[in-house]
Design a protein around this ligand. Structure first.
Ligand SMILES: Cc1cc2nc3c(=O)[nH]c(=O)nc-3n(C[C@H](O)[C@H](O)[C@H](O)COP(=O)(O)O)c2cc1C
Length: 256
């Protein structure tokens, strides 16, 4: 296989892990990546990709759609080669997120030859006491992603470049509503500043407090905090996290 480009946004790293496992199986001669997670990486203008590069469009699911900053950035990637779409969701549902990625890649000129929906530890696990899909993607999921990459590479070698559409509805469901909610910072905070560094939307101020109007609840601050000082205390949010934690764990869904 010639070249593979991984293009993704991944606040708590689950999307990144799945994309990299897929790349591992695909075995391209050259693998590159564009990580849109950091605020400074999110700019404007088209990113043009040559026909020999297969592009992986990957993003996390927020409210049944691809996270808004992620999709905005992925829309910049234009080309006429093959593409693979991957969404990672927190074990509720991926709803219309994968078809949104498929449409984005297709509208940008790509031929989408495979799509996959994988399960990742729910972002809310890092900012509440409830764990959903803890430690996912695990080694089994990553093996599935790796074999998926291998099968896609074989599909290309076989000269089978047929377009494959994933499940999902059009028009898409409404995405994230404006919530104005963010984690609180507990008094146990040791002021290490890691939360400021990782926040993908610049919502943590110099006093380590989160701005609820900027916060996207991605969980990155909670995941990196060495003393678990980032906690969401809103009653309805805690209840939702509890309900999510009780769901039966799903399996990845592949469309190839
Ligand atoms: C605001 C918000 C909304 C989310 N909505 C969904 C959802 O609709 N369905 C779902 O299964 N998971 C949902 N999740 C969980 C993420 O999709 C999941 O944790 C994913 O693995 C995060 O990817 P990342 O590690 O690359 O950031 C949501 C997470 C956040 C922060």
């Amino acid at each position: 296989m010639s070249k593979l480009l991984l293009a993704y946004f991944s606040a708590t790293g689950t999307t990144k892990k799945v994309a990299e496992a897929l790349a591992d199986g695909f075995k391209a001669q050259e693998v590159s990546s564009i990580d849109f997670t950091n605020l400074s990486s999110r700019t404007e203008g088209d990113i043009l990709i040559d026909k020999d590069t297969t592009v992986v469009f990957a993003g996390p699911v927020y409210a049944g759609r691809i996270q808004a900053d992620a999709i905005e950035q992925l829309k910049r990637i234009k080309g006429n080669g093959n593409a693979i779409c991957v969404c990672v969701y927190g074990n509720r549902e991926f709803d219309d997120a994968l078809i949104e990625l498929y449409d984005t890649a297709t509208d940008n000129g790509f031929n989408v030859i495979a799509n996959g929906a994988f399960i990742g530890e729910h972002s809310f696990t890092h900012i509440t006491d409830f764990d959903t899909a803890k430690d996912k993607p695990n080694s089994e999921d990553l093996l599935i992603a790796k074999n998926f990459g291998k099968d896609i590479a074989q599909k290309i070698i076989d000269g089978n470049l047929s377009k494959v559409e994933p499940k999902g509805n059009r028009p898409y469901r409404d995405g994230m509503p404006e919530l104005s909610v963010s984690p609180d910072t507990l008094d146990t905070c040791i002021k290490c500043g890691k939360c400021i560094e990782v926040c993908p939307v610049g919502a943590v101020d110099i006093n380590f407090q989160c701005d609820p109007d900027l916060c996207i609840l991605c969980g990155a601050c909670g995941k990196v905090c060495p003393v678990d000082a980032k906690v969401c205390t809103l009653e309805s949010f805690i209840k939702k996290s509890e309900i999510l934690s009780e769901l039966e764990i799903h399996l990845p869904e592949l469309f190839i």
